[in-house]
Design a binder for this molecule. Structure first.
Ligand SMILES: [Mg+2]
Length: 245
């Protein structure tokens, strides 16, 4: 791969650009801003909702960029803290109900206890349903040690697959404690392709950064369609950006 040919950077957010659910650091924002000023295009793809991505990324990143929340099923063009929705693909009420019911069964069967609220544990994000095992807003330290190697979530996904039709839904683990259910085919590969089609960008101009690029991880689908760099954490991403750009 020739990194110098890449003009479009698409990055995962949790554990790649930001610590899970935390804001982008000033160092990272500075590095990315300077790249955007030099002519690179930056887009951020995540299972997270628009509201959180705006807070985590756009509140601190002053240069124009794109947000691809809920696995790229929404595209927001972010300029000067104004957000223009370019497109969006929502789940049907029936799809939402099926996914929420499956998560409720899972929570009961495995006695998964939220540290916050029920709404914070099973979230309807419009284009996807997400389980955050101990609550999305649970303390980061607790989240980090909860399921570090995803053992729990791999087991849970097996159970979910006995309830949800695999031909209809995509079930992946994400962040530190989450499982996302999206419509089949709506993974990060789909999100990146949709973005590329919308803006007429050849896939070979895109470089992807992600921390969960191994099979089963929510970044894995992206690795099938674009060149990618696997990172350990945001610090590792920052070092690699400084090294390559
Ligand atoms: Mg991640």
């Amino acid at each position: 791969m020739d990194v110098s040919q890449k003009k479009i950077i698409i990055a995962d957010v949790d554990e790649t650009i930001c610590e899970t659910c935390q804001q982008i650091t000033p160092e990272m924002a500075k590095q990315i801003s300077s790249m955007i000023t030099k002519g690179y295009t930056w887009a951020f793809i995540s299972g997270t909702e628009p509201h959180y991505l705006k807070e985590m990324i756009s509140a601190k990143l002053t240069e124009p960029h794109f947000l691809l929340p809920t696995t790229g099923t929404i595209c927001l063009d972010a300029k000067n803290n104004l957000f223009k929705e370019e497109y969006s693909y929502y789940l049907t009420p029936r799809e939402k109900k099926e996914a929420i019911d499956a998560f409720e069964e899972l929570v009961t069967k495995y006695h998964i206890k939220t540290l916050t609220t029920k709404e914070d544990q099973i979230q309807n994000r419009g284009t996807q349903i997400t389980l955050s095992a101990i609550g999305r807003n649970a303390p980061t330290n607790f989240k980090k040690i909860y399921d570090p190697d995803a053992t729990k979530r791999k087991e849970w996904i097996k159970f979910l697959k006995t309830i949800l039709d695999e031909n209809k839904y995509e079930i992946t683990y994400a962040g530190t404690t989450s499982i996302d259910v999206t419509r089949k085919g709506l993974d990060k590969a789909w999100g990146i392709k949709k973005f590329a089609q919308h803006y007429n960008i050849p896939l070979n101009q895109i470089l992807f950064f992600g921390d969960k690029t191994h099979p089963g991880g929510n970044d894995y689908p992206a690795t099938k369609i674009v060149d990618f760099i696997t990172v350990k954490n945001p610090e590792d991403t920052l070092n690699k950006l400084k090294e390559y750009f």
